[in-house]
Ligand binder design. Structure first.
Ligand code: ASP
Length: 434
């Protein structure tokens, strides 16, 4: 076997890992040895890296709306019985809200126990102004599109989900005409999934550019001052991800968590590098359907919905941040206040769009609710980007866990695919299919 052949055999996961680590290393090296060099800044960092990274993110986002719409139309139109949809929706929502409430409770317990904010230096706090967080009523009304084309062009995932579900139901009720439309959508779906695999093939380069650009500018000095906050938050995220999710998966669906984690690697790295659950939807969907064996019927509904409303990682950040800010400003929160935090952070995470940095803005909603100063947000802003990357990875892992549990309970998960380590590995064949 030649060397060339071996090179082609390197798995996508290891190529993404290489892209990620060389990108981080490159960013650090430039920051350490070449910072201030105008040529490097202009042509490499703000030229090549910036352009490459932006093209990558744009191409991922390009796929989100067509993929969500088409696959959800396929999923809903293939439902034999509309009542299934109600059961599916209820179950999914209950799991999404339940896991988020669990996440935030864990975060609060850790925040209270480890006291990351006691003795924090407040002098560095600058004022922080934030946009008004929307109310729950606004979030619900906002789910219904008055113009589906506008919803698509604005990338409003929730509105597109609602329209696609209604459209799919109508297809399933429209007899022969519906069948023809449904066949057409299944073909389009296959083509879009192919596009996802093509994009995943070039992803290692995109991830390299993203990481290299980010780490040339990422100030990590702030981490030293906020070490306690940072560590407690990362620990809470890891415990929720590795312990809560593994236990839920095993107990509620009997699936092997180790296999689950192995198959999640690519999606996790995408979420980490993009810090956007939304941009990661194509990869999460591909992982759930092709690697884990979840039927498109379930995944097309649970994955985009989860990426939009289920943010366990974000809720954990909000819990630890609330405890931290209360301690730093010497405000005593009562048990009632903590209950309010659990409720509002769960709602806030529903209202948080899956894009970088929004979790911090939604934190304002939680702080307001218990009368904590919004300036506290400025305190933790300096370390938020790195934490955003980690919590986004947790967010999409939560979506995938619930997707597997719901699919298994509905008999819509193919165990052979799930248990086969090689299932769904991306292999791109650029030859025409006859
Ligand atoms: N970046 C997160 C996500 O896309 C949201 C947040 O917490 O800011 O899932």
């Amino acid at each position: 076997m030649t060397n060339d052949n071996n090179k082609n055999k390197r798995s996508l996961t290891s190529r993404i890992l290489i892209g990620m680590f060389t990108g981080i290393l490159c960013g650090f090296l430039i920051r350490t040895f070449l910072s201030g060099n105008e040529i490097v800044d202009a042509y490499i960092v703000n030229g090549l890296f910036d352009v490459g990274g932006k093209i990558f993110i744009a191409s991922l986002k390009m796929l989100v709306i067509p993929l969500v719409f088409v696959s959800l139309v396929c999923g809903t139109s293939s439902l034999k019985d509309i009542t299934t949809l109600g059961r599916l929706g209820g179950k999914t929502l209950a799991f999404y809200i339940g896991t988020t409430a669990l996440a935030i409770s864990l975060a609060l317990v850790m925040g209270i126990f480890f006291q990351p904010g006691s003795g924090a230096d407040l002098t560095s706090a600058t004022t922080f102004s934030t946009a008004e967080a929307p109310s729950l009523g606004q979030v619900i009304v906002g789910m219904f599109p008055s113009n589906p084309m506008a919803a698509m062009s604005q990338g409003n995932t929730l509105q597109v989900i609602v329209f696609a579900v209604l459209f799919g139901i109508a297809i399933s009720l429209a007899g022969e005409a519906g069948q023809r439309v449904s066949n057409f959508f299944s073909d389009v779906n296959a083509v879009i999934m192919k596009l996802v695999t093509i994009l995943m093939e070039v992803a290692p380069y995109g991830i390299f550019f993203l990481m290299a650009k980010l780490f040339t500018g990422l100030g990590l000095d702030a981490i030293a001052n906020l070490a306690a906050y940072f560590l407690v938050l990362v620990a809470a995220l890891l415990i929720h991800a590795f312990i809560t999710y593994s236990v839920l998966l095993k107990v509620l669906s009997g699936l092997n968590p180790l296999i689950f984690w192995k198959k999640m690697k690519d999606a996790i790295m995408f979420a980490f590098s993009t810090a956007s659950s939304n941009a990661t939807i194509p990869v999460t969907m591909e992982t759930a359907t092709h690697r884990m064996g979840v039927s498109n019927k379930i995944a097309s509904f649970t994955v985009p919905l989860g990426a939009t409303i289920n943010m366990d990682g974000t809720a954990i950040m909000q819990g630890v941040a609330t405890a931290f800010i209360a301690q730093a400003f010497n405000v005593d929160l009562t048990l009632g206040d903590y209950m309010t935090v659990i409720l509002t952070a769960t709602l806030a995470s529903v209202g948080t769009a899956g894009v970088p940095g929004v979790g911090l803005i939604m934190l304002a909603m939680v702080l307001n609710q218990v009368g904590l100063p919004l300036e506290g947000i400025a305190l933790i802003m300096g370390v938020d980007r790195l934490l955003d990357m980690i919590r986004t990875a947790v967010n999409i892992t939560g979506d995938s866990v619930v997707t597997c549990i719901v699919a298994k309970s509905e008999n819509e998960l193919d165990l052979d695919t799930f248990n086969n380590p090689k299932a769904g590995e991306i292999k791109l064949d650029l030859k025409h299919k006859a």
